[in-house]
Design a protein around this ligand. Structure first.
Ligand code: ROI
Length: 170
């Protein structure tokens, strides 16, 4: 696929709390890069974050990637859900129940509210494990209304995330 045809810019949030969550996230980033109409243009560091929601589960590994794509938002969502299911199926077979979440955070300057998909992601500004890695790779990212994301979040909360060193796999 010629790079110039991948004209849409999307940001994808990744999360896993497998017992080897870093590996799951790294493999998911590779799988995104190998999708037919997609290329990973940038990836954030991996972060360890305490769970939002039920606390009786392991910490998560989170990251965000910038994807250049020719897919429409809903076609991209299909691909993300397919990758999630593939990972889940593999995990169920070999390692028991596991999770991988792939969330479409932003797609160009699109604002979309449909039964299947909400863009920007509804919780994006409320979750430090989403907006902090996003700002790492796109400090000037904006919402569809043009507001800079960095002005809409409590930047000091970044300290809650623990950056995972590259060589430290899980
Ligand atoms: N908490 C963290 N820290 N990271 C996640 O990716 C994540 N994903 C979820 C819920 C259960 C909301 N909590 C999370 O789906």
């Amino acid at each position: 696929m010629t790079a110039s045809l991948l004209k849409h810019r999307a940001f994808i949030g990744l999360g896993s709390n497998l017992d080897q969550p870093s590996t799951r996230v790294i493999e998911a980033i590779k799988a995104l890069d190998q999708l037919p109409l997609c290329r990973v243009a940038q990836q954030s560091p991996l972060y360890l974050s305490t769970p939002v929601g039920p606390q009786d589960q392991d910490d998560f590994v989170n990251a965000v990637v910038e994807l250049h794509t020719a897919y429409t938002p809903l076609a991209l969502l299909d691909q993300l859900q397919r990758l999630e299911q593939t990972q889940r199926r593999v995990r169920l077979r070999h390692w028991g129940p596991r999770t991988l979440d792939l969330d479409l955070l932003l797609y160009d300057t699109l604002a979309l509210l449909s039964p299947r998909l909400e863009v920007p992601h509804r919780e994006m500004l409320n979750r430090v494990f989403v907006w902090a890695p996003l700002l790492d790779i796109a400090p000037e990212a904006t919402l569809p209304d043009g507001q800079a994301i960095k002005t809409r979040v409590p930047l000091h909360d970044r300290a809650q995330l623990k950056r995972i060193p590259l060589q430290d796999n899980d």
